[in-house]
Ligand binder design. Structure first.
Ligand code: GLA
Length: 380
């Protein structure tokens, strides 16, 4: 943080406010957020840090410290174009749409969230920047408003039709807890995460799928198509949240195979997430871990968003009797999340490291994560 504030004052000759915006993990509940279901995310100890001050003009000057790249745009020319600036323009556009009187700022940011690893770096970027603007211009937007603005930025300026989980987790998380988020009402319950003797280990496959966002949008459309078919007989169905497995099964013969598989996965995943919350409250770790493996199987076989590398890591975890493991996030690579006992962690990591390289000619990365507080204003 010191380097950031020093660089900011050195470059812009002013004292900034400083904001921390974390990435997130998701224990279970994948691809359920945009289906009105439940998810179980938590912010982690990897984050964006922003230093910012207003400049009394209409000019936004943003410096990405990690790339040593500075880009400016004006409030009057919010056109998607440049990679990471898109996200920030999208956030500014969200404030403008809500009639908020904001002006130009100087912002410098740095991040230690690995991009493309399924840890929601773009959501942390958008939500953190929204939080910065809200503070600087005293806009009085709620955290939920900021999450919605961040989501709109991803939809409209980055073309990814993402759900609300990632930005919500970055904004609302509480340290040492996970959230059971209801994505229909956009509300949550905190559940203390007391996994004595167990760690959360992320294994980064280093696989980044170039078409991941179009494939993601395609999955979302398949769910919507399934809902339309179900509504013909069940007009009360608003989303897959309203559908039980029993109700869905007769549609196997009617729906296209692809649509049925996607819907079946989502219906089961919503069930699993609710069951997992019960296990978590009762500290039933092996039952919880079993559900993580089931989620992975669903992601791989029914939702078809896995990849050979993630499948291999999860199978290796299963063979090694690790408590739980599954691919996490939007899919097509990124990280595998393992729930693992502390004594096993070192040996398992070594085993994966050696064999993964032999198999895929890539070095995986390992991150042990702690659960952290959501977005905060920092004192310095
Ligand atoms: C991405 C999206 C989220 C969610 C997950 C899958 O992270 O940003 O909204 O849909 O994929 O669970």
């Amino acid at each position: 943080m010191q380097t950031l504030t020093q660089s900011f004052t050195h470059r812009y000759n002013r004292m900034p406010l400083v904001v921390r915006a974390p990435g997130r993990i998701n224990l279970i509940g994948e691809h359920t957020d945009y289906n009105g279901g439940f998810v179980m995310p938590a912010a982690i100890d990897k984050q964006f840090l922003f230093a910012a001050a207003h400049n009394h003009t209409k000019q936004f000057t943003i410096c990405a410290l990690d790339f040593n790249e500075e880009i400016s745009f004006s409030l009057n020319e919010l056109q998607p174009g440049h990679r990471w600036v898109n996200y920030l323009m999208g956030v500014v556009a969200g404030f403008v749409r809500r009639g908020k009187a904001i002006g130009g700022v100087e912002v410098m940011f740095t991040s230690n969230i690995p991009p493309g690893a399924g840890l929601s770096s773009s959501a942390a970027l958008c939500s953190g920047f929204g939080f910065v603007l809200n503070e600087l211009f005293q806009c009085r937007l709620s955290r939920l408003d900021l999450a919605l603005i961040a989501q709109e930025a991803e939809h409209q300026f980055a073309g990814a039709k993402v759900g609300l989980m990632d930005m919500y987790a970055s904004l609302f998380s509480k340290s040492e807890s996970v959230m059971l988020m209801d994505c229909r009402s956009n509300t949550h319950e905190y559940i203390p995460f007391r996994a004595d003797g167990l760690d959360l280990l992320l294994i980064d496959t280093k696989v980044k799928h170039s078409l991941a966002s179009s494939a993601y949008n395609h999955r979302r459309q398949a769910c919507e198509a399934g809902v339309k078919i179900l509504q013909q007989k069940h007009p009360g169905v608003q989303s897959l949240r309203d559908v039980s497995e029993m109700q869905l099964l007769p549609y196997q013969a009617v729906m296209e195979e692809e649509i049925f598989k996607r819907c079946h996965y989502v219906v089961k995943e919503i069930e699993r997430t609710v069951a997992a919350a019960g296990h978590l409250k009762r500290n039933e770790w092996s039952a919880f871990g079993k559900l993580m493996y089931e989620t992975h199987d669903g992601l791989s076989r029914e939702y078809e968003v896995s990849c050979p590398e993630s499948d291999w890591i999860v199978n290796t975890a299963r063979e090694s009797r690790i408590t739980g493991a599954r691919q996490m996030g939007g899919g097509f690579g990124g990280c595998v999340l393992c729930l693992i006992s502390q004594p096993e962690k070192k040996m398992f990591s070594q085993k994966v490291q050696e064999k993964y390289f032999a198999q895929f000619k890539k070095e995986p990365d390992f991150y042990s994560v702690e659960l952290s507080e959501g977005i905060t204003l920092l004192d310095f």
